[in-house]
Design a protein around this ligand. Structure first.
Ligand SMILES: [Zn+2]
Ligand SMILES: [Zn+2]
Length: 303
């Protein structure tokens, strides 16, 4: 199975601290190296975590609050300085293209690589990327300014052949290919082996990134059945009014969205700096959704 892995780069909210940087995550699947949000300090965090900047293929920016994109121009410039030539694909709000262009023009920087910009659309759930392995969707969330979440769906992976079958029958290259695509196998004695007996089909994996948002039930339809969901939890439940006023969510609200969406696992993050540790946030979330983990800078999660 191709590894599908999430690394939390920054797990805090607006103000970065020495312990928690602001929002950024790295999602990898084969050659897909997706950076999701890019707060100030993201490239240093990537260096510290020994994640190569050069491998980033696509960047997804959820919205234009600084704690989600102030690291982007620095990262773009570093890629230029270290000699990138392959295109970099950016998905973000319309104004972001303009902001980046102003910054590049002001320093008379002509990038050595193509920056391919894709504007996120306001109307509902949109497929923004479709390649051999994955489909990526954007969807609006409910925040003070236009903001999007992202859903990464694995396409049906090829079947894995059972090791005991390979050992017993030594299928050749073409036969392996056929079995992986769903064909039955006829052995040298003419006996037929049904595909489901000799191979295993894994479930499709998926990940939803639900960034800065107030409690927003429309999300449930957008991400129904997702395997792993990240949902912001800026506040504990006793701050529900403050959460509403600032278009953020509480622990219990994030848990309720995960539950109603039928998610398998919940990751909470974007914690207010008023909380020195995540213990109480995690405990409270688990009262509604038990399979929850708290994001920490550097945490890796197999999806
Ligand atoms: Zn934020
Ligand atoms: Zn925000």
């Amino acid at each position: 199975m191709i590894p599908f892995e999430l690394t939390i780069i920054g797990s805090g909210s607006a103000k970065p601290t020495l312990k928690r940087k602001a929002s950024a995550q790295m999602l990898t699947y084969g050659e897909n190296h997706f950076l999701i949000d890019c707060a100030e300090g993201t490239q240093l965090q990537l260096n510290a975590l020994k994640i190569s900047l050069m491998r980033i293929s696509h960047i997804f920016i959820s919205h234009l609050h600084g704690d989600h994109y102030f690291g982007l121009i620095g990262l773009i410039n570093s890629l230029h300085l270290i000699g990138r030539t392959k295109p970099l694909y950016i998905f973000g709000p319309e104004k972001l293209a303009e902001i980046l262009q102003i910054q590049l023009d002001a320093s008379e920087t002509k990038l050595r690589y193509p920056l391919v910009f894709n504007t996120l659309q306001a109307n509902g759930k949109q497929c923004i990327l479709d390649n051999v392995h994955l489909e990526v969707y954007s969807f609006p969330v409910l925040h003070r300014i236009p903001t999007w979440g992202f859903l990464f769906n694995e396409k049906l992976p090829e079947r894995n052949i059972r090791p005991d079958f390979i050992e017993a029958f030594h299928p050749n290259f073409d036969e392996i290919h056929a079995i992986k695509s769903g064909a039955d196998f006829i052995d040298t004695y003419g006996n037929s082996h049904a595909n489901h007996e000799i191979s295993i089909q894994h479930d499709c994996r998926s990940y939803a990134y639900c960034t800065d948002t107030a409690y927003f039930e429309e999300l449930i339809d957008y991400i129904k059945g997702v395997k792993v969901i990240y949902h912001e939890t800026t506040f504990m439940a006793n701050q529900v009014e403050r959460a509403m006023a600032t278009f953020h969510s509480t622990t219990l609200q994030a848990a309720e969205i995960a539950l109603k969406a039928g998610a398998g696992k919940l990751i909470i993050g974007h914690f207010s700096s008023r909380y020195p540790t995540t213990e109480t946030l995690l405990e409270e979330t688990k009262t509604v959704f038990s399979n929850t983990v708290a994001a920490e800078d550097g945490l890796k999660i197999e999806l």
